[in-house]
Unconditional design. Structure first.
Length: 182
């Protein structure tokens, strides 16, 4: 089932998601994860956090290179970054921030840990876009958007444009092809 992705400046995107306990992993949570994945692929994007559909739990889905071929879905519970190093700048977009992309500076390499739906401990050593995706999604779980990591000038220009769009009652379009929406 496709879920509605909350759009900036929805206040629910600013909530801090809470950790998931093992006993909370039930059919309902598995269904939520499946729906998140379906929504991510449909949008299309390469990552989606449950807080973006209004569920403030530490659950994300990601699939960094599915547009190039076969799908390799990750469903990650309680993801956290345990090590980061270096710097990189990549162009990012977000399923919750319509019609906008910007260059974002982040760590170039991260080691991330998470639990699977079967409560296995997982560890990832990520660089490049995959590293950016981990950082972007974990930011979502802490109520942080990539807009918070760009210059105030760029952010203000976007916020004004978005407010005007909302005032006019215009539906944002998803057609910003070529950019990576995380
Ligand atoms: Ni995002």
């Amino acid at each position: 089932m496709l879920l509605e992705v909350l759009q900036f400046p929805d206040a629910r995107l600013r909530e801090k998601a809470r950790p998931i306990r093992q006993e909370e992993v039930d059919d309902e949570l598995r269904e939520l994860a499946a729906n998140l994945a379906e929504t991510m692929y449909d949008d299309p994007g390469i990552g989606l956090a449950s807080i973006q559909v209004g569920v403030a739990k530490r659950l994300i889905v990601m699939d960094v290179d599915w547009t190039e071929g076969e799908r390799n879905l990750r469903v990650l519970l309680n993801p956290e970054i345990v090590h980061s190093e270096g710097q990189q700048v990549l162009e990012e977009g977000c399923l919750s921030v319509p019609e906008f992309t910007a260059e974002v500076q982040r760590a170039a390499r991260v080691v991330a840990r998470a639990r699977s739906l079967d409560w296995e401990e997982l560890e990832f050593d990520a660089t490049g876009l995959e590293a950016a995706c981990f950082q972007h999604e974990i930011d979502h779980l802490d109520g942080i958007l990539f807009l918070d990591r760009i210059s105030r000038l760029k952010r203000n220009l976007y916020v004004q444009r978005r407010k005007k769009q909302i005032r006019r009652g215009e539906e944002p379009s998803k057609a910003d092809a070529g950019s990576v929406r995380i």
